[in-house]
Write a protein that binds this ligand. Structure first.
Ligand code: NAD
Length: 306
């Protein structure tokens, strides 16, 4: 069975790596956060002191990091510091599951190709629940050969594995999806809040809209109104899940892509503005940025003045 290096064991990477351990794979992890690393070793994973230390002996390297700058520096390295591309064996497959800009994904893929290595971008959809359940959707960009190889390990963590195209295509498809998700989350929040303001029970309204023409993923799986659904971030003080700061990052990536392709994205632009101003708020400045993205509901749920 393949040995895997897993770097970035946060809200998503932690449960994804756990599923590989459960499947019997040897998983060596690394994260800057010792608590995240301990969670992996507690369930039978191994730990390394550095990302390169984890990657050096692996057949497959998987990264799940916040943004493009982390992915670029870990794979390519800096002037005085080696990157993962400098230490892995010639047959090692490199899979980045982070959501990052397509240019960074293409840059790392080109640097890998220069060394005869295969790199694919494989961002995911499905949230922390999908990561824990092993039902993520992987959206891959890279060569046919690398995609076929990657499927064997991605299958363990996901239910749907797509090949969107060449290097960077996975990231473009992913930000199209997340731009739509942000619009759906904002729209669902304002519809639920208007219903509440007009005396409706949000559970009843959600049940109605779920099977009506306004039905969407946020109503089915991720209701933003506290108390409507169990075990979603809105019913846990908007903790865990997908941070507002990460949604702001993804919407920035979407706007960059729209600018370069001269696409018209008015709904995505508005959703980005709403998320940027939401991120700045909270009981202390910037606190909302660390909360789940469904907390945008609070922007609409303030009781109206008499
Ligand atoms: P997170 O902040 O919970 O996890 C990121 C982890 O990376 C942290 O544990 C951090 O310590 C670690 N890290 C950062 N820099 C590092 C470095 N140089 N070396 C080693 N470890 C490092 O974030 P997350 O929610 O797990 O998201 C990770 C990626 O997945 C992001 O790109 C995000 O956009 C994407 N994503 C998240 C969700 C979600 O629901 N949370 C869903 C889909 C995609």
């Amino acid at each position: 069975m393949a040995t895997v290096a897993f770097i970035g064991l946060g809200n998503m990477g932690g449960p994804m790596a756990a599923n590989l351990v459960k499947a019997g794979m040897t998983v060596t992890g690394f994260d800057l956060n010792p608590a995240a690393l301990k969670a992996l070793t507690d369930i039978g994973g191994l730990s390394a002191n550095t990302a390169c230390g984890a990657a050096a002996a692996a057949d497959i390297v998987i990264t799940m990091l916040p943004a493009g700058k982390h992915v670029r520096s870990l794979y390519i390295g800096n002037n005085d510091q080696k990157g993962i591309l400098d230490v892995v064996g010639k047959d090692t497959l490199l899979i980045d599951c982070s959501t990052i800009d397509a240019d960074s994904a293409r840059t790392v893929a080109a640097a890998a190709a220069d060394k005869g290595l295969e790199f694919i971008d494989a961002p995911v959809s499905g949230g922390t629940a999908g990561a824990a359940a092993g039902t993520l959707t992987f959206i891959c960009g890279g060569s046919d050969k690398a995609f076929e190889q990657a499927k064997t390990v991605l299958d363990v963590m996901g239910a749907n594995i797509f090949h969107a195209g060449g290097a960077g295509a996975g990231q473009i498809a992913k930000i199209c999806n997340n731009m739509l998700l942000s619009v759906l989350m904002v729209g669902t929040s304002e519809a639920l809040s208007m219903g509440i303001d007009n005396g409706l029970d949000p559970k009843v309204l959600s049940d109605i809209m779920k099977v009506s023409s306004g039905g969407n993923w946020t109503l089915d799986k991720y209701n933003p109104c506290p108390g409507v659904m169990d075990a979603v971030p809105s019913s846990k003080g908007y903790q865990g899940g997908f941070m507002v700061d990460l949604m702001v990052k993804d919407l920035g990536l979407a706007m960059d892509a729209a600018l370069s392709s001269q696409s018209s994205t008015p709904m995505g632009a508005l959703a980005r503005s709403l998320y940027v101003s939401h991120a700045k708020g909270g009981t202390k400045p910037g606190e909302n940025g660390k909360r789940d993205f469904s907390s945008i509901f609070e922007q609409f749920a303030v009781p109206a003045n008499d």
